[in-house]
Write a new protein. Structure first.
Length: 330
């Protein structure tokens, strides 16, 4: 059931941890504002993850029993009761932890865990731990600010990973930093109340990405391979991905403006007209301007600026500059 192409998809799970960090941070923040208790928060998480997980587990069991297929490094032995108990309760990670405690060493990658019925379920072992840890914020947030709790907790995990980079223990410490990249994306895009805070978070991610890339290069971790411990390289990719998500926010904002506009076609023409202006293509700008006037007869720079304020003022300035160069009146 494995192919050369699908074997290269393993790094996508690292990026999924970043997205998961963003989503869970948003869920915790929303639950905290609504003063939802810990149990209700966890009940919502369980309701979302358990039904599809059990469904995929049942399908994998049928395929495995019917064909004896190797389900992406899944177990080849299905006879032991504790094997089924571990898979039904998403506690397959306990095998990795026991191995680490006994031998002081772990597997090269968590998806090689022989207790997994389906190898791709390995990431859910970490997800459930992330849910639990983030849910605990709802219990302790009245005693300390959540951001302080998360920062202190993450600093401790970062120190452990510096001591033992890439050690697979089956516990949340293995991938918490990838998850934390997503938390930083949420804080940057949704909770930054000043430009200074936003710039500080950007600088943190940029600095982290540069340092991680240097460490990965010095340790010979490139190219990244699924069967090797390449902690710095994998984490560097996650930091870069977090920066990409932040950078794409401006395009999300532009799409939202188009969707909310009274005439989306007019906005498309406005952006096209601004592009011609910035490129110095005055003849094309005049042609488009004549068509644009049919959609928006009262076009002016002031009206464009008043339609929808941009979060990033530089983006609006760039649009207005292009329209000005295209000959649009103030």
């Amino acid at each position: 059931m494995r192919t050369t192409l699908t074997n290269e998809f393993w790094l996508g799970v690292q990026l999924f941890f970043v997205i998961s960090g963003y989503c869970i941070a948003a869920a915790v923040d929303n639950s905290r504002e609504q003063q939802l208790p810990f149990l209700q928060f966890m009940r919502r998480r369980v309701r979302r993850i358990v039904p599809p997980y059990l469904g995929s587990l049942a399908l994998a069991a049928v395929v495995k029993l019917a064909t004896s297929a190797d389900l992406f490094n899944g177990s080849r032995s299905l006879s032991r009761p504790w094997f089924w108990l571990s898979n039904l309760t998403l506690t397959q990670w306990s095998y990795l932890t026991a191995r680490w405690l006994q031998s002081g060493d772990g597997l090269a990658a968590p998806w090689f865990n022989p207790i997994l019925l389906l190898g791709v379920h390995w990431s859910l072992n970490y997800e459930e731990q992330f849910y639990l840890l983030c849910g605990l914020i709802l219990i302790f947030h009245q005693k300390a600010r959540p951001i302080i709790l998360i920062a202190a907790f993450t600093a401790g995990i970062a120190f452990l990973n510096l001591l033992w980079p890439g050690r697979i223990t089956g516990l949340f410490v293995d991938y918490w930093l990838q998850f934390f990249c997503g938390v930083l994306v949420y804080l940057r895009l949704c909770r930054s109340r000043s430009k200074e805070t936003a710039r500080a978070l950007d600088a943190l991610l940029i600095g982290a990405a540069i340092i991680l890339l240097i460490c990965a290069w010095r340790r010979g971790e490139f190219p990244l391979l699924p069967n090797q411990l390449q902690f710095y390289g994998q984490l560097a990719i996650c930091a870069l991905y977090a920066l990409l998500l932040i950078g794409l926010r401006r395009y999300d904002e532009a799409a939202a403006i188009l969707a909310r506009g009274s005439d989306p076609d007019a906005w498309v023409l406005a952006y096209l007209l601004a592009c011609y202006g910035q490129l110095g293509r005055s003849a094309d700008a005049r042609t488009r301007d004549a068509r644009f006037r049919e959609h928006w007869p009262q076009l002016s720079l002031l009206r464009v600026a008043a339609i929808e304020p941009y979060e990033n003022a530089a983006d609006l300035d760039h649009l207005l500059s292009g329209l000005r160069k295209a000959g649009v009146s103030p």
